[in-house]
Design a protein around this ligand. Structure first.
Ligand SMILES: [Zn+2]
Ligand SMILES: [Zn+2]
Ligand SMILES: [Zn+2]
Length: 1009
């Protein structure tokens, strides 16, 4: 109907008639102009503190606590942040609208290396003259700047939360909580200090946690080096062996070897050779002695003999064979240092690569370190924290070599050169392999034995820490209310953590196995870092014997101090002023120094359940949900579990949900060089925050998700369609007052209106179930399908005649409006968690009802009790009519193609039944059918003839009736009401109802003929 009639100017009455149509009117603009309007709405929310209003509205309801994983306060937000925060916002808003009190306290991770590095860069040389406290101040300012920036960006995309009071890991109370958590571990005996090989970044000069190491391709030298045997060859040759000539076991060879004997080692880190203290062999595998054409004899693993021959270009034949155990306690000459190197055995030596003889530097490998311990090798460290060789006597080492002061990676060629000069090098090539890199600076890392603080994974759990199982049983009223019997357990920390993983719901389910494997195999947790910007391991060490003081009262006083002054206090107070007079070490000494290492940042964020969930009265511990990227199984989920299990014995969360990565449409990571990045801040600025949100809703976040400008535009198109639907709904409710005009009795609604409401109920159930399961993309698709297929293409299309041409107060029109009102109310509530700006905009324009909340974000999800339960029956009745509609539309299209009709209103439809029961079933809908088919007339006819190809039969032809000038239908009653001679009776009634003045037929009304 909205299109205007003919080209020639319409006669006066026709123009006037058009003005009597009930055309849509609304203040809801087609063009959303989101980039301008969203910030205005945001401001109004902030002004009336909508978040606080929501809290008050849900006070006393059951809690649902999603605990925010703190993003790092460094830089602007990226798409991954937006995805993460929108998912959390969807969860919080859907839970809130489902009736829960779901507070959301956002947090930031503020300490740590990346910020300290940035600040280092900004300070430059100035930093060297600055006191640590001043550097910390600069870091704090830096972090605060990005907290503020990210906060405004998260708010801009419509994320609700306690933004005016977030948790910051650098706040004094949080810093105090971190220390409290550490002291709890310390007090229970979980913490020890020891020399241990750790990943070490020589660029950042710090130890790195497992989680801070990433594997990248790296080219290393690949060298084969010979170590000359200095112990008696007979200790090997005297052992059971088989010579090449005689295959008898245990018999000394006839031609005992006379040349020098060597073991061949293979390494990709020549720089570790100065620290080489042993050569390891597998005790149970077969080794061979190969005699080279030059007389030298080489010992290698039998399984790798051929490979080694080729790599070292040896022309050697096997002269003896023996088990690796024969090589234990042999000695070798270091290839270039004045040092004897011990032959040792270790089960980790395998036949996979190398030579089966493994050069062992206890300072630079985990396996090596423990082998060193077993054989009592000296614990020495000749590489400083910047990765430079420090071997001179002043560092406790040997005579200076050419690599002295050279960083390890640069020293490789120098050492290879020395090997060559000494005649120890058999082969040098390069080798590309996967090698650990620092996740911050992306430089290759080394393994370096350093003195660090550790939490021991095998520490026995204190017998009185409860488990989740016991806690949940204790809470169950069906079980005895007496205190649960907690068995004294020999369970280790690791085992308890593994048990607690099983109490948690992991979504997707594979998360459980992933984190279990990580916890099961992880080494002890190295919690110390040699940096400034963090929370110090505030422990006093005896100046004389180094023993740490572990005194509950002293520890408590330091926590209180941190509460007042923050962790800065550790830097501003002297040890002597912090300790009570006469504090003495077990050794009797009374002077102490402060440990200046800081805690691993993962320990800090891992303590957030204690610092936030346990201490904020509006939150609960354990939290209901943690949701972050899938990499957090080794990050925050992991450290939170360990901190919580160690301190309280239970997991800090009931459920953990993970999301995938954001990638481009080709599945590639975003990168500056590819120029494929999608910036959520930019999208919000150009297309609107709603488009970012709608994109997040459109993807299955559990998988890796694709984003591009193209996809954002597509989402934006979908948004436009949805907006137009909402606009149509609002436009046709401009004269609808629910209190006066709504059809209260469902049975009195027009059949088609009943049908669409049954579909609405179905949609609501589907969307609410999707929300419940955090399947936001299912909600998105169900919503699109409903608005496109059910509303735009069908219901709203056929409804126009009833809405526009019937008398405003006609019951059939009010029925339609009642349905539109219900749909608008329901859709607005359903979309509110996702399209938070638009839903709020629509809410303000919906017909007013009594006691209406000022914002959609304060209300509950729709309650569809007014729609009867027989929704399936209603749908079934209509399925036959929709099938008929498809047939009618096909025939109309055919008539149009053959130019028999123009508009479908020019047609009349006859449906022929040969089954009386069927015909009477259709009779009930007879009046609804012209509307459904958008034709002027539908006749139901009973015929005896059963010769139809398809039942019921159908004929569609051009109407022979006159056209009503107002509604454009062709009916037999046009002109019957003489006051309004050019319109049908229905239109005449509508005109009379609005007191339209009578008129006479114009001369120029030939168009209808
Ligand atoms: Zn680094
Ligand atoms: Zn002491
Ligand atoms: Zn009419």
């Amino acid at each position: 109907m909205p299109e205007t009639p003919d080209q020639k100017p319409a006669p006066e009455p026709a123009k006037a008639l058009k003005s009597t149509l009930n055309l849509p009117q609304t203040a809801f603009p087609m063009k959303a102009n989101l980039p301008v309007n969203e910030p205005t709405r945001l401001e109004s929310w902030q002004k009336r503190d909508l978040y606080a209003q929501i809290r008050r509205a849900r006070a006393g309801q059951p809690k649902y606590v999603l605990h925010d994983g703190p993003p790092y306060a460094n830089g602007a937000i990226h798409l991954g942040h937006a995805l993460n925060k929108c998912i959390k916002d969807f969860v919080v808003k859907t839970k809130t609208m489902a009736g829960f009190d779901a507070p959301y306290v956002p947090g930031w991770d503020c300490h740590g290396l990346p910020i300290e590095i940035k600040v280092d860069e900004q300070l430059g040389r100035k930093k060297l003259e600055m006191a640590p406290i001043a550097v910390r101040k600069a870091c704090r300012d830096y972090a605060q700047k990005y907290v503020d920036l990210q906060r405004s960006q998260f708010e801009r995309i419509g994320v609700f939360g306690r933004w005016n009071d977030p948790y910051l890991t650098m706040s004094f109370k949080y810093e105090a909580s971190i220390l409290e958590t550490f002291y709890d571990f310390f007090g229970k005996g979980f913490v020890y200090k020891g020399l241990k090989p750790v990943y070490w970044c020589i660029h950042d000069r710090t130890a790195l946690a497992e989680a801070e190491v990433e594997y990248e391709t790296h080219t290393s030298p690949s060298v084969y080096v010979r170590y000359k045997l200095t112990s008696d060859p007979a200790t090997i040759l005297g052992a059971p062996f088989v010579t090449a000539s005689s295959s008898r076991v245990g018999e000394a060879p006839q031609n005992a070897p006379v040349g020098d004997v060597y073991a061949i080692i293979w390494t990709t880190t020549p720089w570790t050779l100065p620290a080489s203290l042993a050569v390891a062999f597998n005790p149970d595998l077969d080794y061979v002695a190969l005699k080279n054409s030059d007389g030298a004899i080489y010992i290698v693993l039998e399984a790798l003999a051929q490979q080694t021959r080729e790599a070292c270009k040896l022309d050697a034949t096997e002269i003896a064979r023996f088990k690796g155990s024969a090589l234990e306690h042999t000695t070798f000459q270091h290839p270039f240092l004045d040092r004897q190197v011990l032959g040792v055995v270790a089960p980790y030596v395998t036949a996979e690569q190398g030579t089966g003889a493994v050069h062992t530097a206890p300072a630079h490998g985990v396996d090596d370190f423990y082998t060193g311990k077993r054989y009592n090798l000296p614990e020495v460290q000749y590489v400083d924290n910047a990765g430079r060789h420090r071997h001179t006597a002043q560092h406790g080492g040997h005579t200076p070599q050419r690599y002295e002061d050279v960083t390890v990676f640069k020293s490789n060629p120098v050492i290879i050169e020395i090997l060559k000069e000494k005649g120890a090098l058999l082969s040098a090539t390069s080798f590309e392999h996967s090698y650990p890199h620092c996740w911050r600076c992306h430089n290759p890392v080394i393994v370096r034995a350093t003195e660090q603080w550790f939490i021991g994974m095998e520490t026995p759990m204190p017998a009185d820490t409860p488990t989740s199982v016991i806690l949940s049983e204790a809470k169950n009223p069906g079980i005895s209310s007496e205190a649960p019997q907690i068995p004294a357990s020999s369970e280790t920390f690791r085992q308890r953590a593994l048990d607690e993983i099983k109490q948690v719901v992991w979504d997707p389910a594979w998360g459980e196995e992933r984190i279990s494997n990580m916890i099961a195999t992880r080494p002890d947790w190295c919690i110390s870092r040699q940096r400034i910007w963090g929370v110090p391991i505030a422990v006093f060490l005896c100046e004389k014997c180094g023993t740490p003081l572990n005194d509950k009262a002293i520890n408590k006083s330091i926590v209180e101090l941190f509460h007042k002054e923050g962790a800065d206090a550790w830097y501003t107070h002297e040890a002597s002023t912090l300790l009570p007079k006469d504090t003495a070490c077990t050794c009797g000494h009374k002077e102490f120094r402060k440990e200046m290492d800081i805690l691993d940042v993962w320990f800090e964020s891992g303590a957030s359940w204690h610092a936030v969930l346990e201490q904020e009265p509006e939150l609960t511990y354990p939290g209901d949900l943690y949701t972050e990227g899938g990499d957090q199984h080794r990050g925050w989920f992991h450290s939170s579990l360990l901190c919580s299990v160690g301190m309280r014995g239970i997991a800090p969360y009931k459920m953990v949900a993970t999301s995938g990565w954001t990638l481009d449409e080709q599945g590639r990571a975003f990168s500056k060089s590819l120029g494929n990045g999608v910036d959520p801040v930019d999208i919000a600025k150009r297309l609107g925050g709603e488009i970012v949100r709608l994109w997040v809703a459109s993807v299955d976040f559990r998988e890796d998700v694709a984003a591009s400008e193209n996809l954002m535009q597509r989402v934006s198109d979908n948004y436009r369609k949805l907006r137009n639907t909402l606009r149509f709904l609002l436009g046709n409710l401009h004269d609808f007052d629910p209190a006066k005009n709504a059809v209260q009795d469902f049975a009195k609604l027009e059949p088609l209106d009943q049908y669409i409401l049954a579909r609405l109920a179905e949609l609501t159930t589907k969307i609410l179930k999707a929300y419940e399961e955090f399947e936001f993309h299912r909600a998105y698709h169900a919503l699109n399908e409903f608005t496109n297929a059910d509303l735009s293409a069908l219901y709203l299309d056929v409804l126009k005649d009833r809405l526009y041409t019937f008398a405003p107060n006609h019951p059939a029109r009010r029925s339609a409006q009642t349905a539109l009102w219900r749909i608008a109310e329901t859709l607005t509530r359903l979309i509110a968690p996702i399209l938070s700006f638009t839903a709020d905009e629509v809410w303000a324009l919906l017909p007013n009802v009594e006691n209406r909340e000022p914002s959609v974000h304060l209300v509950l999800f729709p309650n569809l009790a007014y729609i009867p339960k027989q929704r399936e029956e209603i749908k079934a009745q209509w399925s036959a009519m929709f099938a008929m509609r498809d047939r009618v539309l096909a025939k109309l299209e055919d008539l149009r193609t053959r130019k028999i009709i123009g508009k479908s209103l020019e047609a009349t439809v006859t449906i022929k039944f040969n089954d009386q029961a069927l015909e009477s079933a259709w009779k009930e809908y007879e009046l609804a059918l012209p509307e459904l088919f958008n034709v002027s007339q539908v006749t139901l006819e009973w015929v005896a003839d059963t010769g139809f190809e398809i039942v019921p039969g159908l004929s569609v032809e051009a109407s022979k009736q006159l056209k009503c000038e107002r509604c454009w239908r062709y009916t037999e009653d046009v002109g019957q009401e003489t006051k309004y001679p050019t319109v049908c009776l229905r239109c005449a009634e509508a005109l009379a109802a609005i007191n339209f003045p009578p008129y006479s037929a114009s001369q120029d009304d030939g168009e209808a003929a």
